[in-house]
Design a protein around this ligand. Structure first.
Ligand code: SAM
Length: 275
């Protein structure tokens, strides 16, 4: 525990209001942010990268955890001064960086600071860049140890949707081929300041030990884009440009199925057959 001002007091002291263009919906109740950190952890002895700390509610909960370091990446420079105050109680365990998380090279960020590359990502994601950031962390060269992410509910449901479900799609396949995925908790829109139009949920993704090579991951992105781009069509038609029936036979997938009927490991076979 520290004698920091409350999050509302901090926002007031710095004259800060949420900006829509940055997707800002804040969690000002530390009971909620502590719960997210408890469910997403443990982070014992590992660095955590937080995207979009804003006023720092999740950041404070992360700093109270056993994470070795918390590196926060914030695009809105208005919050840097407020966040730097967390260095008072937490010193070198905390660093805030001004930047766009879509462009950050996490591996470089960690090695430059002599931190373990086995870091976790925790974020109450800005809704407008949530999906591209997830795709970056899933398919990029750097592998986080785990990802604990707040999404709008609709996106969270797509990440964890099982085959055959209405929400099952490209994001479900890519996430589930590469990670074990769980929805940890739901949060109503009223938990945020200001409240967004939709409810939210926290998802935890843990990358699987066996990771397909980069070429297969690229193929997985292409094959799912083609299959779910025309999700009502049979695969022999939607995958025609990628090899159609011959590709499906090689991957031992029934050519009359539609995309939503093929489980993640079926798509992985298709991606491997494409190489
Ligand atoms: N973590 C805070 C909380 O829970 O109260 C704020 C969450 S708010 C939904 C999203 C935060 O991400 C905002 O602070 C916003 O400025 C920041 N942000 C938006 N786009 C970003 C980007 N591309 N890179 C880094 N931060 C970004």
């Amino acid at each position: 525990m520290t004698d920091l001002p409350t999050l509302r007091e901090s926002l007031e002291q710095h004259g800060l209001m949420a900006k829509k263009s940055f997707g800002q919906h804040f969690l000002l109740d530390l009971n909620i942010t502590r719960k997210i950190v408890r469910l997403g952890g443990p982070f014992t002895g590992d660095p955590v990268i937080e995207v979009g700390p804003g006023p720092g509610g999740l950041t404070r909960a992360l700093l109270e955890s056993e994470a070795s370091h918390v590196i926060a990446i914030e695009k809105d420079s208005r919050f840097l001064e407020l966040l730097t105050e967390l260095k008072g109680p937490y010193g070198d365990r905390f660093e805030v960086i001004e930047g766009d998380a879509l462009k950050v090279d996490e591996m470089q960020l960690l090695t430059e600071r002599n931190l373990s590359s086995g870091a976790h990502i925790v974020s109450n994601l800005p809704y407008n860049v949530g999906t591209p950031l997830l795709i970056k962390w899933l398919t990029g060269p750097w592998q986080p140890k785990s990802l604990t992410l707040m999404f709008q509910l609709e996106v969270a449901l797509r990440v964890v949707a099982p085959v055959g479900d209405d929400d099952y799609g490209r994001l479900s396949v890519i996430a589930q081929v590469l990670c074990d995925c769980d929805k940890l908790m739901d949060l109503p829109a009223r938990a945020f300041t200001p409240p967004p139009r939709v409810d939210s949920a926290v998802v935890r993704l843990v990358p699987k030990n066996e990771r397909p090579d980069a070429a297969v991951i690229k193929n997985l992105e292409n094959v799912t884009a083609a299959a779910f781009g025309q999700r009502r069509k049979m695969l022999r038609s939607s995958l025609k440009s990628l090899g159609g029936e011959a590709l499906l036979a090689k991957a031992e997938i029934d050519a009359t199925l539609r995309a939503e009927q093929v489980p993640p490991d079926g798509f992985l076979r298709l991606a491997a057959a494409l190489t």
